[in-house]
Unconditional design. Sequence first.
Length: 222
Amino acid sequence: MTSNIAIQRLLRLDSCALSDAMDKLGLTSGTVVGLGPITVPRKIAGRVITLKLEAQNDSLATTSAVHLGARAIEQSNVGDIIAVEQSTGIVAGCWGGLLAVAAKMRSISGVIAEGLVRDVDEARGLDFPIYGRGATALTARGRVRERETGGTIFIGGVCVRSGDLALADSTGVVILPQERADSILDVAEQIAAREFAMSGDLLTGSIVSTVMGQSYEGMLRS
């Protein structure tokens, strides 16, 4: 499956169907808890480019002339999602307004941040989706800096690698390991179709206890 086809399939689903599919497949990691839309509550799905930040330590080498996040933007293709880990415990923004402008100009779908972000109103004005832990006015300057672009990061305890797929909506964030994406999508589509049929039954007057009986409760086992 090409990445573009997988992303189109993702966009027809939601985080709940994907999370349920991972449960059914016995995948214990993939659903991120506690991340929500910070700017615009629009669903995003795409291939991931990772960015890991670390504490700024003056005893280390001088700060790179390249601003954190710039490499990730330049390495991204149209429709990609940048996933940022800022888990240092330092209160500082891991994404800001100028980065949002640059990402928007490159047609990046959005950002998923394990951390706090800045310039929320600016990104909202750009209609640029950012999912994160919250917002802060505190700058990254002198506090955190880029450690690596394209490596392995963790968001909400979930391992994320460049090339994985991600979906974020108002309910949650789900990471699909690239080697399991096909099977997760197959099962998620089956679950979504069954729930759509159940919704149709309810809309035509079926009793909820009948519709949401064994068929629903056993959906992730059969």
